[in-house]
Design a protein around this ligand. Sequence first.
Ligand code: ZN
Length: 274
Amino acid sequence: MPWHFTIDVDWVPGSEVGLEGLLDFCDRRKLKATIFVAGRFAETYADLIRDCRRRGHELGTHGWEHGSLEKDEDFRSASYDQQREWIRLATEAVEKASGIRPVVFRAPSLWVSETTLRALENEGYRYDSSVPARRFDCGFGRVHYLKYFRAPSEPYHLSSYHLSLPGHSSIIEMAPSAFLLPTNMATLRVLGLPVMKWMVRRISRRTSRLVFYCHPYEFVHSHRQSFPRNMSKWNMQGMRPENFSLLDGFVEHMMRQGYSPGLFADSFSKALAS
Ligand SMILES: [Zn+2]
């Protein structure tokens, strides 16, 4: 069974240490990752982004300055022109750093809309991984809207009328996996490996592939990084290098379950051949 190991690189100065650690982790574990990068990070740490590509990872974009803002980039409500501008700037920054034009997108905080789809199509994107299917963060987290709750958990071509419907867009959606809560590093940190294993089991009954994500800042002590004031306290307290061993336990589990890691660009031509 395929799974996608993805990394959301927010624009957080200090978190580059975490990304370096994640690249070494991937080498050790022979994992190829899909790495979504905020444009300003790619601009500032261009050598590191080039290194991601050199090590065989796939690069996408993740907003322009997302991670450093008090009022975050919101792709649910921003105008078409504003969204296109954020995407264009991020695309150029990642292309300049890596030499390859990214075609995979993940919206900051999974805040996405039909307007985003139009902007992505016009910037030449091919894949998106932003729709919060089956996701609703009770109390903590950032997804408190249910508009796309019923979206498919399998890859599908998006509809320009509603992102939770299959349609005729050239862009293929592969939603980050969730069982109310997401299969991500924050859930692993807060609820632990046994709960994550249970979630993976539940999700695998419904879908043939799984998308996991983590952030470089989760592997660096918070006082060594610059966050906006609205970053939540529970999140900051749990940031530490020791999280690599937690992640290692999860990856070990996935391998044992027979999941094999794949990149977006290689995966979906077969899955959607019909
Ligand atoms: Zn992010």
